[in-house]
Design a protein around this ligand. Structure first.
Ligand SMILES: Nc1ncnc2c1ncn2[C@@H]1O[C@H](COP(=O)(O)OP(=O)(O)OP(=O)(O)O)[C@@H](O)[C@H]1O
Ligand SMILES: [Mg+2]
Length: 406
């Protein structure tokens, strides 16, 4: 008897069955808000506004809210707790800045002539928290008032999923449609970058989604390169049309080297390398750094002026209670010194859970974790965002090079 061999139709059937079931489950779980983005973002307390958004003393902020005219006052919730939407918070921030209550190094938006920070979050290795870093960093910086454009360069598009934006399912343009090579007679054409940008439910965060079609960019680039069409500048050329509107552009990347990543490397002016806290991860980091160095070397060959404002390494999934990891962390700091961020991205159930609940930290209700769990990871992510902010402000020249902000 012939064996019942399987192939493309098997995988196709799996995909269809799962996709249908996921959609049904989503509509049951979330009905009547069938999509996460319909629910909007939670509201924030004055304490959060002071600590995370403004980096201002709590009592000073309360004083301003009482005494400066025309500031939004939020709403009073049960328990005599005043809460604000993030839009209201940013209105307060702008008015406090206009009233001279926020100094320039703490004011997030660019001044005339300042450059947009373009940060590549990259490591060849899979599962080292690239996407978790990109999403949480985007949210903490957006809370602070920075205007963020997230560019999802991963065909798996997890980053877009976390913002409930699914180019493949919704039929909206993805970064592929922006980067693709227009073929004569090929029905579909390139999409202007502005048309591929989508607002998210998180104020101050826009996204250009990833999609599975990004894999096609790789094939197309290979044949375009044979015809002498350069690909290095494809992302930076497109980005130059829209980047003025943003304080920070963040690239989330796939766990491999690709033409797309090289074009993003060329478009960036800073790099953050997430490294998870294991010996094997450090060993593969060595190989990654070698590869990244020679890739950058060939980019510098094309553009000798290509320089980065900063290149830093972030230790991720770090458990300071594990003696081996503690040792690894001090080994890395001894060896790499300032290249390591001072703050580590701690391992936390609150982050692992986001993979299931689809809620990055700032979207969860703090009471859904123990106070200690929530505070630990909040402090970790906040610390990381502050260090990156320090780099951005140094790049803008608002704080001196040597001083740092921490
Ligand atoms: N600090 C953390 N604590 C606990 N779990 C984490 C942490 N960071 C990431 N994770 C979990 O590990 C998994 C991989 O994380 P993430 O998707 O951020 O990595 P990645 O580098 O983007 O992966 P890929 O290479 O596949 O794109 C996810 O399920 C995520 O929830
Ligand atoms: Mg990822």
């Amino acid at each position: 008897m012939m064996r019942n061999l399987q192939g493309s139709e098997t995988l196709g059937a799996f995909s269809e069955a799962l996709d249908l079931a996921l959609r049904q489950q989503a509509s049951r779980l979330l009905a009547p808000d069938s999509r996460k983005s319909d629910k909007g973002l939670r509201r924030f307390t004055i304490r959060e506004m002071a600590d995370i958004c403004f980096r201002m003393n709590y009592n000073t902020l309360r004083h301003h809210l009482k005494n400066i005219p025309d500031l939004p006052q939020g709403i009073m919730e049960p328990g005599n707790r005043r809460t604000f939407s993030l839009e209201e918070i940013h209105e307060v921030q702008q008015k406090l800045f206009d009233a001279g209550k926020i100094p320039a190094p703490l004011y997030p938006n660019k001044f005339e002539g300042e450059e947009t920070a373009k940060l590549l979050i990259y490591n060849l290795k899979g599962g080292v928290s690239k996407t978790s870093t990109a999403v949480n960093l985007a949210q903490f910086l957006a809370m602070r008032g920075f205007k963020i454009l997230l560019v999802d360069l991963d065909p798996q598009a997890s980053c877009s999923d976390l913002f409930d934006i699914q180019a493949d399912l919704d039929g909206t343009p993805s970064i592929y449609d922006v980067l693709r090579y227009e073929e004569e007679g090929d029905g579909e054409a390139r999409v202007p970058i502005a048309d591929a940008i989508q607002a998210t439910y998180f104020p101050n965060i826009d996204i250009i989604p990833g999609s599975i079609s990004l894999t096609e960019f790789e094939y197309e680039t290979a044949s375009a390169a044979a015809k002498g069409i350069p690909f290095y500048s494809r992302i930076s050329d497109a980005l130059s049309l829209v980047e003025d509107a943003y304080d920070v552009v963040l690239f989330d990347t796939p766990p491999h080297m690709s033409f797309c990543v090289i074009a993003a490397l060329y478009a960036s002016n800073s790099m953050l390398i997430p490294l998870s806290a294991g010996m094997l991860d450090v060993v593969s980091l060595v190989k990654f750094l070698d590869l990244a160095s020679s890739t950058l070397d060939s980019i510098e060959g094309v553009d000798p002026n290509k320089r980065f404002d900063f290149i830093r390494i972030l230790l991720t999934r770090y458990s300071p209670n594990d003696p081996a990891q503690l040792q690894l962390s001090s080994f890395l700091r001894n060896t790499l010194g300032n290249a390591m961020l001072n703050t580590d991205f701690l391992a936390s159930t609150a982050i692992a859970d986001a993979g299931n609940t689809m809620n990055p930290l700032l979207e969860v209700d703090p009471s859904s974790f123990t106070r200690k769990t929530y505070d630990r990871i909040l402090e970790s992510l906040h610390g990381i965002a502050l260090e990156i902010e320090g780099e951005i402000m140094t790049g803008r020249g608002r704080i001196p090079e040597t001083e740092g902000m921490n």
